[in-house]
Design a protein. Structure first.
Length: 511
């Protein structure tokens, strides 16, 4: 098999198979099952296998980021890579006030040598240092660099850090600001995406940048991000994330297709062992929910009937009803569960009364309720920030300076905000996302000067169904990350350690 990657179209790899066997090998290597496919009409009617092949058959090409997968499946493939790269040997860049750790030098070396790849670095590793180093190396070699982010807070933070370390002006591209530099720019990817249909200075900057750095690269699995990245003409592409999906999964292929495969990985366990990150102590508080699922299903079905809803089949009836069950359970037993939130508020007011605490919620309503409990029941002054809050910057500044002991946040703090002030973190939202869970905990893993630990308050919700399954998955994630974890029960005044109980969901894989 012959594979060609053109410098003018660096996102795609063109192939020519020597025989049908090689082409089948290629198709097999680039085909994966699509999650949730079995629920689609196409799958149910037998018109779709439920799988996707990452191949453009009409033009005989596949995404260049998947080349490592193809080379592993077909070792005899001859690759002609016409992309233009710098031939200089690797040199550790000089950054203002920064001394690279040996492992950070390794990350830079692997990234530079592999040119298009993913760096899988756990939160608190020092991703900003690596990005700064790559920018310095590219600029010193005469290349233009573009960094894409997905939140305005990350854009501002990245520019601030780069300007401080590089001692130079960094351009900014967003819906509000268009300040383009001829050396390095940080851009909101949605701003670039919105400009794809017409010529614009921001779009030209994106297309002409030789080096592309994708922050929070797991976001590249989205259709919108993917449509942007495949248009890039960058020959150097580096993606950074602490939660990269497995290579043989649908999302894993989506993330890799326009970037490349993982070439360097550092885990939370390694950072904790080296004393770089704080030691997490997870307390999973047993909480028993009395949920009558049979009654809930019957009530939802009655509502459908009252609305005149018709069910085409028994399966259709089941799917429509159960699609309503989980949101109702979350709303009633997690978001509006004041007894569950009271336990955390009590612990913050008593067991952790001298420590700075961050509580994270998923729904605004829950954050508002928790703030109310903190103030009315325990007299704790707290502020709630979300994506729409006007007090975000001020509240964060007060929390980081120590003027505010308690901060409640929506998912706005899931990415890109770190502070060594957090000593206690309460996770009130439940759910099962590994990426989201580790990112949230990562907000508090910055090394502490005294007593280098952080206490994590989570719940193990017993309901025999959704909540218990999600709790089991979170417990498995904590164990896999080698966090110190204990099951506890709230007695009304303190937490008491209890024996871990097995559940019927122990075999469920974390997601």
């Amino acid at each position: 098999m012959k594979i060609l990657i053109k410098n003018e179209i660096p996102s795609w790899a063109y192939f020519l198979a020597d025989n049908e066997y090689e082409q089948k090998e290629l198709v097999d290597a680039l085909t994966v099952s699509v999650p949730g496919a079995r629920y689609t009409f196409a799958y149910k009617s037998g018109r779709w296998s439920g799988k996707k092949a990452f191949i453009d058959y009409k033009k005989m090409r596949f995404p260049a980021g998947l080349l490592p997968i193809v080379k592993q499946a077909i070792p005899s493939a001859v690759v002609a890579d016409q992309r233009e790269y710098c031939g200089d040997r690797f040199r550790t860049p000089l950054l203002e006030g920064i001394i690279f750790r040996p492992d950070q030098k390794d990350a830079l070396l692997y990234a530079y040598q592999n040119r298009c790849c993913l760096i899988h670095a756990a939160t608190n590793y020092g991703k900003g240092v690596i990005i700064s180093g790559l920018v310095r190396m590219m600029i010193d070699r005469g290349y233009r660099v573009l960094i894409t982010v997905h939140r305005i807070e990350l854009l501002r933070q990245t520019i601030e850090v780069l300007e401080k370390r590089l001692g130079m002006h960094i351009g900014s591209i967003s819906s509000d600001v268009m300040d383009i530099s001829n050396k390095c720019n940080v851009a909101m990817y949605m701003t670039l995406l919105n400009k794809l249909e017409y010529e614009d200075a921001a779009l030209a900057c994106f297309l002409e940048s030789t080096a592309l750095i994708i922050d929070e690269a797991h976001k590249a699995s989205s259709e919108t991000y993917s449509s942007l990245l495949q248009r890039s003409r960058a020959t150097y592409r580096w993606g950074f994330s602490g939660t990269i999906p497995k290579i043989n999964s649908y999302k894993g292929m989506l993330v890799r297709q326009w970037i490349g495969d993982t070439v360097f990985k550092v885990t939370n366990e390694e950072l904790i062992a080296k004393g770089i990150s704080a030691v997490p102590h997870v307390h999973m508080i047993e909480y028993k929910h009395a949920i009558d699922y049979v009654f809930m299903v019957s009530q939802i079905e009655k509502d459908f009937v009252a609305q005149g809803t018709k069910f085409a089949t028994i399966r259709d009836r089941k799917e429509k009803i159960y699609r309503q069950v989980y949101p109702e359970v979350m709303q009633t037993h997690i978001v509006r569960n004041e007894k569950r939130m009271f336990i955390v508020a009590y612990l913050i007011a008593h067991a952790y009364k001298e420590k700075a605490a961050l509580a994270i919620v998923d729904i605004l309503e829950q954050g508002t309720l928790f703030i109310k409990i903190l103030k009315e029941k325990f007299g704790i002054d707290a502020e709630f920030i979300s994506g729409t809050s006007s007090n975000r910057e001020a509240a964060l500044a007060k929390f980081k300076s120590g003027q505010l002991r308690m901060l409640v946040s929506s998912s706005i703090l899931d990415e890109g905000v770190d502070t060594d002030k957090i000593r206690v973190m309460a996770l009130l939202g439940g759910k099962k996302s590994k990426r989201q869970l580790l990112q949230r905990i990562g907000r508090g893993l910055r090394k502490k000067e005294i007593d280098n630990r952080i206490d994590i308050l989570d719940f193990f919700d017993y309901d025999g169904k959704y909540l218990e399954r999600h709790s089991t998955i979170r417990r498995k994630i904590y164990k896999k990350e080698k966090f110190d974890i204990e099951m506890v029960r709230f007695t009304g005044s303190e937490l008491v350690k209890v024996e871990e109980k097995a559940t019927s969901f122990e075999e469920v894989e974390e997601e």
